[in-house]
Write a protein that binds this ligand. Structure first.
Ligand SMILES: Cc1cc2nc3c(=O)[nH]c(=O)nc-3n(C[C@H](O)[C@H](O)[C@H](O)COP(=O)(O)O)c2cc1C
Length: 195
């Protein structure tokens, strides 16, 4: 059986981002499983704000194509999603919107979101731990992009103090939920990794 390939990224590029830390932890945990892990930062894929005139004039930017190909090259994707006003960040929405506009020869629309599985997490100092951003992100991915998203998700409250010196989660319940969700992500990703 082929090793599944798992892509990990956060919807924030802020220095010290809590969701960047959650993405790093997820990549570390995934590294303990029999998978190939790729962690990227959206900082390496800058994109203009989506505008239909830009798209009409020159098509999706190269970074949108590069990101789309990253998704397409993986069987599972973990996204750590910050919460802004009960929704996802403009960075993440803009990124997903651009990716959804990349359609290469012979492909169905939004091909990069199909035939793979997504898992979601959030970290916030707020009471909900970014939970509401996960609802919004699920909406975009499932209803907008036709993606399969695991029902399991993690929302880390009081996130500024949630990580210990080794960047692991202090709360054993949160740590176990993250591990179990990632194990399921890998399990389902195996179905897409058949040769
Ligand atoms: C415009 C804006 C709106 C925000 N709204 C929420 C919110 O609705 N719920 C919440 O828990 N945190 C909210 N926050 C706080 C962010 O979750 C917090 O800044 C978090 O650290 C951002 O994620 P990051 O650390 O990965 O960059 C908001 C922050 C900004 C800048």
């Amino acid at each position: 059986m082929r090793r599944p390939k798992i892509l990990v990224f956060a919807g924030s590029i802020r220095t010290g981002s809590l969701n960047g830390r959650l993405a790093a932890l997820a990549a570390k945990e995934l590294g303990l499983l029999a998978v190939d892990v790729t962690r990227i930062s959206l900082a390496d894929y800058p994109l203009p704000l989506y505008d239909g005139d830009t798209e009409t004039a020159s098509g999706p930017p190269d970074n949108a194509k590069r990101l789309k190909r990253q998704l397409a090259a993986h069987h599972g994707i973990f996204i750590a999603s910050p919460e802004y006003n009960a929704s996802i960040t403009p960075l993440l929405k803009n990124t997903l919107d651009w990716i959804s506009r990349v359609r290469e020869a012979g492909e169905q629309p939004r091909a990069a979101f199909r035939d793979r599985v997504f898992a979601l997490g959030a970290a916030s100092n707020g009471t909900y731990g970014g939970y509401r951003s996960l609802i919004a992100l699920r909406h975009v991915l499932e209803l907008g992009c036709g993606a399969l998203v695991l029902p399991d998700q993690v929302a880390i409250r009081n996130a500024a103090s949630a990580f210990d010196e080794a960047e692991n989660l202090r709360d054993t319940g949160d740590a176990e939920r993250l591990r179990s969700m990632l194990a399921r992500l890998v399990d389902v990703a195996h179905q897409y990794a058949v040769p």
